[in-house]
Design a protein around this ligand. Sequence first.
Ligand code: GDP
Ligand code: MG
Length: 352
Amino acid sequence: MSLSGKTTLFNSLSSNRAEAGVGVMARKSNIGMFHVPDPRLEKLALYQPTRRVVPATVELVDIPGITRGGGKEGNKFVSDIRRTDAILHVLRCFDDSTVPHPDGSVDPVRDKENIDIELQAQDLAMVEGKLSRLEKQAKSGDREAMEAVRVLERYRDHLENLQPARTLEVSRQERMYVKELDLVTSKPVLYVCNVDDQHAATGNAYVDQVRNAIEGESAGIMVVAAALEAEIAELEAEEDRQAFLDDAGLTEPGVDRLIREAFKLLQLRTFFTIGPDENRAWTIRKGMTARDAAGVIHSDLQRGFIRAEVIRYIDFVELKSEQACKEKGRFRVEGKQYVVEEGDILHIRFNV
Ligand SMILES: Nc1nc2c(ncn2[C@@H]2O[C@H](COP(=O)(O)OP(=O)(O)O)[C@@H](O)[C@H]2O)c(=O)[nH]1
Ligand SMILES: [Mg+2]
């Protein structure tokens, strides 16, 4: 995980620069809030002119490094991973003799496995810790403790077999027994294959190796060229950026894709609110209702929720006004149980 391009990528996303490079031993994680790029916001502003456009945000944490066998002291950043909702695992998939690999050769599958082994070991220690606390209770016949022990033993065996917790098939109820442990290997993972500039659009043989290695892991994978992203981020003029992207065979910056993929990985959804003061993208989790969505905007809207007026994004940009949507029957009134869909434009009616 060291020298794979994490900080380079992080900096391409952010305006305040963290130190990247050979010989830089970061002592703490970098944290940044990033806008979720969403071209739909520009489209909406065409038909709903507004004073302010506010995109959704995600928080990213750039972790210095994890080493296999580093133990608790060597891996104090694991606790920073525990606090996240998902892991973007950056893998070095580029050759560059000026950037020596700490393990002597470029081998992303080995690097990935080294990290996995370390994270599994840390999770295993958590599970075993809880098991030993519960075993006495279970022996005294406590039914709840017995059930917990049964589930934890399954996690223990799975982790001992070098499998990540996220691939163990458990029911929602069973998962409750490990919830407070915040197992790092239970989090969704996106492997970010960092390739050299020439392979930004196509990937390379290293990427193929990673793709094969993660089959059946229920993880995502994407290709990005961090050094190229860093160069693009330096450019001021939009046309210069576009020229760079064209040269690399890309249609958009990889960092935009990265944030979008992270969003997808987390099963997040976007809904919009629009009006002359503000057009805004909001983030909710898949399955949230109109009333939940109202609560994301403001607790008053949730408390006093009456109904939600809903127009789908695609209908609005096709018909170009709320009035036209009403006339064509594309304007709906929904109650609090309505499950918000990706791209819904909501107007919450409320009374407090
Ligand atoms: N050639 C090449 N070098 C890269 C690329 N990404 C990062 N580097 C270099 O690799 C070194 C380590 O990068 P850094 O982002 O600090 O890695 P981290 O340890 O994962 O945070 C730096 O010297 C970078 O300039 C890349 O895509 N291509
Ligand atoms: Mg770094």
